[in-house]
Design a protein around this ligand. Structure first.
Ligand code: GLN
Ligand code: MG
Ligand code: MG
Ligand code: MG
Length: 445
C-alpha cells in the first residue's frame, strides 16, 4: 500500500467516514457513483471494485459487462454537503477490464493517454475553465417557460439577489474540497452566472469540473433553485459556454511564452493554435456534443461561430488574452467553442491532440482576425480564409467521422460509440415536429 492510500485509510478512520463514493464519468460526460463501506477500501485499492458496466453509456458491450473501478487515492475528498457525522467521501476512479487492463471505454483514460503523449514530448498540459450556468426557479418543468432567478446582466451586482449567496456557498464548498476559484460573477443572461476555476493540469481540471457540476447542483437544491449547464436553455438569451484557457509547460517554463516575439507567443504556441484551428471542425462534435449545443454556437451573444483567432478578439474562436508584462508564465490561448455540457476529459484530449499535431507538423499560423468576424459578409470571410464551425450536430458528426486525429485520440471504442450515439440523437431530434413549425405552418398550409 502506498502513502496516499494509507493517508486515505487513516482519514476515513479519523473523520468517521462511513461511505466512500467511487466516481467515474460515462462517455457522454455524466457522473456515475457507487458507494462502498470503509471495510472495502483496501480491496478497492489493491484489486478495484467490480461492477456491471452494461447499463453505463458507452462503457461496455453487453457481452463484456463486468468492469472494475479502481480509486485514485490522490483524488480523495470529503463531501461537505453530506455533513460531519457519519461522513461521505469520494475518489475518482480509473476503469479497468476484468483482466486489469485500462478500459478503452473510460474517458479519464482517453485523457491520460493524450497527456502521456504530450509528456513524451516534454510537455505538461494546463487548462483553466470559465464555467457558465443558469439558475432558474425550482422546479424547472421542461413543459413550462423557465423562470430565471433574477434579471441581472453582465457583472451586475443584483441587490438582494439569490446569485451572491449562491456563488458564495458554491465557492466555499469548492474551496473546502481543494478546488481554487479565481473569479465569479453574474453573466450576461438573466439568472446566468460564471465561476472560473484556477488553472491546473488537465486531468485535475477535468476531475474538478465534474466535482464543480455536482457542487453547483447540490447548492442549488439546498437553496431551492435549479441550476443548469444546458448550452442554450433560453432561445433569445446567451448560451452557457465553458471557455477554456490552454497552455503547455516544459518543466517550470511556459512553452507558449517568448519574450520579444509578436504577442510574446513562441513558435510552439503559434503551431499549437494553428493545430486547433486546422482541426476545429473535426473536434466540434466532442466539444459541443448535443443538438442544443449548436443553438448556442449559432445564436450570437459572444459564442464563436467562425474558425479564426485574434488578440483579445471576442468574436474569434481562439483568443490570445492580453499579455501581462513580466508574467510570462501566464501566456495561454483561450478556446471559446467548448460548452458547459461537454465531457471535459474527451474535450481536453482532442484539444491537446489537435494542438500537438500542429506542433509536430509545424503548421503555420494564419494572420489573426482583428475585425468582428460576425460583422463581415460571407464573401469577406471567404476572402480572409475564415471557415464556419459546423452548424449542427449532424454537420459536426459528418466531419468527425472522417477525422483520423479524433479516431486516434478517442480510440476506436469511444470514437464508434460517440458517432453511434450522436447519430441516434440527431435522428430523434430531426423526427420532431416542433411548436415553431405548427405555429408557422398550420395557419397557412
Ligand atoms: N456566454 C457566452 C458563450 O456562450 C460567453 C460570454 C462571455 O463570457 N463573454 O460563449
Ligand atoms: Mg469569463
Ligand atoms: Mg463568460
Ligand atoms: Mg472567456
Amino acid at each position: 500500500m502506498d502513502r496516499q492510500q494509507e493517508f486515505v485509510l487513516r482519514t476515513v478512520e479519523e473523520r468517521d467516514i462511513r461511505f466512500i463514493r467511487l466516481w467515474f464519468t460515462d462517455v457522454l460526460g455524466i457522473l456515475k457513483s457507487v458507494a462502498i463501506a470503509p471495510a472495502e477500501l483496501e480491496a478497492a485499492f489493491s484489486e478495484g471494485i467490480g461492477f456491471d458496466g452494461s447499463s453505463i453509456e458507452g462503457l461496455t458491450r453487453v457481452y463484456e459487462a463486468d468492469m472494475i473501478a479502481k480509486p485514485d487515492p490522490t483524488t480523495f475528498q470529503i463531501l461537505p454537503w453530506r455533513g460531519e457525522r457519519h461522513g461521505t467521501a469520494r475518489m475518482f476512479c480509473d476503469i479497468l477490464t476484468p483482466g486489469g487492463e485500462p478500459s478503452l471505454a473510460d474517458s479519464r483514460n482517453v485523457l491520460k493517454r493524450a497527456l502521456a503523449k504530450a509528456s513524451a514530448q516534454g510537455f505538461t498540459f494546463y487548462t483553466h475553465p470559465e464555467v457558465e450556468f443558469y439558475l432558474f426557479e425550482a422546479p424547472a418543468d421542461p413543459l413550462r417557460p423557465l423562470v430565471p432567478v433574477d434579471q441581472g446582466g453582465y457583472f451586475d451586482h443584483v441587490p438582494r439577489g439569490t446569485a451572491h449567496d449562491f456563488r458564495r456557498a458554491a465557492i466555499t464548498m469548492l474551496e473546502s474540497m481543494g478546488i481554487s476559484v479565481e473569479f465569479s460573477h453574474h453573466e450576461a443572461g438573466p439568472g446566468q452566472n460564471e465561476i472560473d476555476l484556477r488553472y491546473a493540469d488537465a486531468l485535475t481540471t477535468a476531475d474538478n469540473i465534474m466535482t464543480f457540476r455536482t457542487v453547483v447542483k447540490e447548492v442549488a437544491l439546498e437553496q431551492g433553485v435549479f441550476a443548469s449547464f444546458m448550452p442554450k436553455p433560453l432561445p433569445d438569451k446567451p448560451g452557457s459556454g465553458m471557455h477554456t484557457h490552454l497552455s503547455l509547460f516544459e518543466g517550470d517554463r511556459n512553452a507558449f511564452h517568448e519574450p520579444g516575439a509578436h504577442l510574446e507567443l513562441s513558435k510552439v504556441a503559434r503551431s499549437f493554435i494553428a493545430g486547433i484551428l486546422t482541426h476545429a471542425a473535426e473536434i466540434t462534435a466532442v466539444t459541443n456534443q448535443f443538438v442544443n449545443s449548436y443553438k448556442r454556437l449559432w445564436g450570437g451573444a459572444e459564442a464563436p461561430s467562425y474558425i479564426c483567432w485574434g488578440h483579445n478578439n471576442r468574436s474569434a474562436l481562439v483568443r490570445v488574452p492580453m499579455y501581462k508584462p513580466g508574467k510570462g508564465n501566464s501566456s495561454r490561448v483561450e478556446y471559446r467553442a467548448v460548452d458547459a455540457a461537454t465531457n471535459p476529459y474527451l474535450a481536453f484530449a482532442v484539444l491537446l491532440a489537435a494542438g500537438l499535431k500542429g506542433i509536430e507538423e509545424g503548421y503555420e499560423l494564419p494572420e489573426g482576425a482583428e475585425d468582428d468576424v460576425w460583422e463581415l459578409t460571407d464573401a469577406e470571410r471567404r476572402a480572409l480564409g475564415i471557415e464556419p464551425l459546423p452548424t449542427s450536430l449532424d454537420a459536426a458528426i459528418a466531419v468527425m467521422e472522417k477525422s483520423e486525429l479524433v479516431a486516434e485520440t478517442l480510440g476506436e471504442h469511444v470514437f464508434d460509440f460517440v458517432l453511434r450515439n450522436k447519430k441516434q440523437e440527431w435522428d430523434e431530434y430531426r423526427a420532431q415536429v416542433t411548436q415553431y413549425e405548427l405555429q408557422r405552418f398550420l395557419p397557412v398550409l
